[in-house]
Design a protein around this ligand. Structure first.
Ligand code: ZN
Length: 340
């Protein structure tokens, strides 16, 4: 999309000139497909120079956006041209524009067709069936404020939120809601969601039902939320300590002051615990006297190793009789102990 280096509008209509740095002279001569492409564009003339090509287009195109574009290359030129010309026109002859009519909400948000809330393990198996819509770089935590766990009505609440988002003109919503009756998928995880301006195209957004500025996240809701985030982190190989709060990227208190760094630690501990529990060995564990975690456990008298060392969430971990030790690979001075 950076091919366009220069664009000039000539006052003597109907000539437009587009100048671009691509293709360069070498490509222009060598690529028959490009010649074909220029023919399709109905270009009236072109010349190449070592630093780029200039095209002439005769006449005014009514619908620039529909110009055929093999490889999708010309389309950005065309839109840029259109935008440039519009701005140019406005600057030359300022006209009072009629007030824009309120846009009719046209979005029909495609939500996941789920009849009841899922257990966390059902949610994890859903995730295992899908690839995320893009390379995920951020996983966000939100709270709904409304509905609350008390006013949550399952599918009815999901449909009510769909209507609210549609009225806002959104094309999608957050991906997941953790609710008192289970985990709900709103926007399927193989589609881009909406949750934070500028942070949607590589992010998964998760809502916790409730207001955690006012209330603490406790009991069953806390347990389920931790399980749901653990499933997402394991699905994406995402470090739970890198989970983002909506407030990290926007002027909002979301997901509320009662959801803090300790919550991320709880998710990490939960994942480590579950992985360690699954690895408890019935055979005696062979001990490497020099291994950092083993030495740490011996010094602190944490008892015999119950698992071999294993990797989890970009960390090395090992279960001992009294606790599970873990640390980031290489950072053996900062060992974390989690209870069983
Ligand atoms: Zn939020």
């Amino acid at each position: 999309m950076r091919y366009l280096t220069f664009l000039q509008f000539l006052p003597q209509k109907p000539y437009w000139i587009l100048e671009c740095g691509y293709p360069n002279a070498a490509l222009w001569k060598g690529d028959a497909r490009l010649l074909e492409w220029f023919k399709l564009l109905d270009l009236q003339g072109a010349e190449y120079r070592p630093d780029g090509v200039t095209f002439w287009i005769l006449g005014e195109k009514e619908d620039w956006g529909n110009i055929f574009s093999p490889g999708g290359v010309i389309r950005p030129f065309v839109y840029n041209l259109k935008k440039y010309l519009n701005e140019r026109e406005e600057a030359v002859t300022p006209q009072p524009s009629p007030p824009e009519p309120e846009p009719e909400p046209t979005t029909e948000i495609d939500i996941f067709n789920q009849q009841k809330g899922w257990t966390a393990s059902r949610f994890a198996s859903y995730l295992s069936c899908w690839k995320p819509f893009a390379e995920i770089r951020e996983v966000f935590i939100h709270h709904t404020v409304n509905p609350t766990p008390a006013t949550w009505r399952g599918r009815e609440s999901m449909l009510a939120m769909k209507r609210v988002y549609e009225q806002r003109g959104w094309t999608a919503g957050p991906h997941v809601f953790v609710a008192p009756d289970g985990v709900w998928v709103f926007t399927p995880v193989n589609k881009q969601g909406v949750g934070c301006v500028g942070h949607n195209d590589h992010a998964i957004h998760v809502e916790i039902v409730g207001n955690y500025e006012e209330n603490a996240l406790v009991g069953e809701m806390r347990g389920r939320t931790i399980e749901a985030f653990a499933a997402i982190c394991q699905w994406l190989q995402y470090d739970p300590m890198f989970l983002l709060f909506h407030r990290d990227c926007a002027a909002t208190v979301c997901p509320g002051k009662n959801i803090d760094k300790g919550f991320k630690h709880d998710i990490l501990d939960y994942i480590i615990l579950r992985e360690a529990a699954a690895r408890i060995s019935v055979e005696p564990v062979r001990v490497n006297e020099d291994a950092a975690l083993y030495k740490w456990a011996r010094d602190k008298r944490y008892g015999a190793p119950l698992t071999n060392e294993f990797e989890v969430c970009h960390r090395i971990a090992q279960g001992f009789a009294l606790c599970i030790l873990s640390c980031t690979a290489g950072a053996f001075a900062f060992v974390n102990a989690t209870g069983w």
